[in-house]
Design a protein around this ligand. Structure first.
Ligand code: NAD
Length: 468
């Protein structure tokens, strides 16, 4: 095992060369990861299959291995700084991500779906047990490399499956280090990390030895993954994009909620699937909401995530920065005004000024599509029905929120949102025990809580005559 290189002990050496990893705070390459070839997956999936036999057989051993894995993650001090270096997020957010990774391992280590009697009427007794599926492919994006990886491998492993995990080529290093950290706790072949550029992910998703593909990323790639998995009829779980709306009611206390609302949009530089991506404010409060958010956007310190003063880091990568710039420029040419920011920062790295947009036409792509960056449009409304209709007028359905003083009224409005999770006076808070699933194009299948475990299991029923 090598913590210095971050090379997972269980991953065979790469044969396809390597690729560079860029620090988004400088724009400079600072590391390398093996560029595995798609054909390498045959041996890797075979090993995952071989490891499955032992791993699925002993739930008690699994439980203690997962507990040890959680302890190992808690003790891995080097993970958070490396995560910040390659992803860009402030160090405090990286520490939170590492802690969440350990917490998720611990949560699933203790979760047991047990067995159930499903029919007990003479003459039949039928009993339901849950069985593992086999090797699972986990494919994750660059915004929360460790947290999203663990959201996949913790329930998959707890269910008795083995996992082949592919991180994004933008953020492979902390995941490789995580693999090294876990190598002492998990038997060989149970969790394998493979890094590389496309078509590695496409091959993994369609590999005939994979029984479940669990993917987080964009809707376009999710469709390709589902099509690939269809060839072997592997199960798919897809956690895709979002375009979450926050609907402010006319009794909202703007100053009281402004901080929470701001960070619900700008945490991780806005690169959060369930970030607030549009705000709808009553016309009479609109200027105050814009000013409260713009003030925070102007005064929040932006800089390298390794600088303890930074609260917002860079955008993770150059193509994403270009996307954010394009959407902002298009909104401005559509007539929008930047109440704060609106431009790239004049310094090395992929920094974009936290941006609050007003006077945005409702058809502008910054409203209709996912911006996935530090840009937030604030739109006025006159009638609440109009705001609810606009909030739902998107192909996505990940989350949404309603903000106001009368909580029952806010809850009644939240009921009308077409999404997987609706928050009141909050956004993007998730407990490990909660199901997480998107409506519409935001996903297929359920993660989180016991539902996340069931997603990695298949029912097995024994139907027998009932004894007299
Ligand atoms: P992406 O779809 O480009 O990439 C995701 C992963 O898929 C990466 O590992 C990538 O290398 C891999 N990949 C690329 N092409 C592939 C293919 N043809 N087959 C298999 N794998 C392939 O997404 P991204 O740009 O890395 O991440 C941003 C997107 O992820 C946003 O849309 C965001 O909303 C979404 N996201 C969703 C959630 C959620 O839980 N719903 C969470 C985080 C991010």
């Amino acid at each position: 095992m090598s913590l210095a290189t971050g090379r997972p002990a269980h991953a065979p050496a790469g044969r396809g060369g390597s690729f560079t990893v860029v620090d988004p705070a400088t724009g400079e390459a600072f590391g390398e990861a093996p560029d595995r070839r798609p054909e390498d997956l045959d041996a890797i999936v075979d090993r995952a299959h071989a490891a499955w036999r032992g791993w699925r057989a002993d739930p008690a051993a699994r439980r203690s291995a997962l507990r040890a894995a959680a302890d190992a993650v808690d003790g891995a001090a080097a993970l958070a700084p490396l995560l910040t270096r390659e992803q860009g997020k402030p160090l405090t957010e990286s520490h939170a991500e590492v802690a969440r990774t350990a917490a998720r391992l611990r949560y699933f280590a203790e979760l047991d779906v047990g067995t159930q009697t499903v029919v007990d009427d003479r003459p039949v007794h039928s009993r339901l047990r849950w069985r593992s599926l086999g090797p699972v492919a986990a494919i994750v994006p660059w915004n929360f490399p460790l947290q999203l990886a663990s959201a996949k491998f913790a329930p998959a492993l707890a269910a008795g499956n083995t996992v082949v995990l592919k991180p994004s080529p933008f953020t492979p290093l902390a995941t490789r280090m995580l693999g090294s950290v876990l190598a002492d706790a998990l038997p060989e072949g149970v969790l394998t990390i493979v890094t590389g550029r496309e078509p590695l992910g496409a091959r993994l998703a369609s590999h005939p030895g994979i029984r479940h593909v669990t993917f987080t990323g964009s809707a376009a790639t999710g469709r390709a993954v589902a099509a690939g998995a269809a060839a072997s009829l592997a199960r798919v779980t897809l956690e895709l994009g979002g375009n979450d709306a926050a609907v402010l009611l006319d009794d909202v206390d703007v100053e009281a909620v402004a901080d929470r609302l701001f960070w619900a949009a700008f945490r991780n530089c806005g690169q959060v699937c369930m970030a607030v991506k549009r705000v709808y404010a009553p016309s009479r409060l609109h200027a105050r909401v814009v000013e409260a958010l713009a003030h925070r956007a102007r005064t929040t310190t932006v800089g390298s995530g390794l600088d303890p003063l930074s609260r917002i880091g860079p955008v993770n990568n150059a193509p994403q920065l270009a996307r954010v710039e394009r959407r902002t420029a298009r909104a401005r040419s559509d007539g929008a005004r930047a109440a704060a920011g609106g431009h790239r920062l004049d310094r090395p790295g992929y920094f974009f000024a936290p941006t609050i947009l007003t006077d945005v036409p409702s058809g502008s792509p910054v409203v209709t599509e996912e911006q996935f960056g530090p840009v937030l449009p604030v739109l006025p409304y006159d009638r609440l029905d109009e705001a609810v209709r606009a909030a739902n007028d998107t192909g996505f359905g990940l989350g949404g929120s309603v903000w106001g003083t009368d909580l029952d009224r806010a809850a009644a409005v939240a009921d009308r949102l077409e999404c997987g999770t609706a928050w009141i006076n909050h956004h993007a808070e998730l407990s490990l025990a909660q199901p997480f699933a998107g409506a519409k194009d935001s996903g297929v299948g359920v993660a989180g809580g016991p539902w996340g475990l069931y997603g990695n299991l298949r029912p097995f029923v024994v139907h027998r005559p009932r004894e007299a």
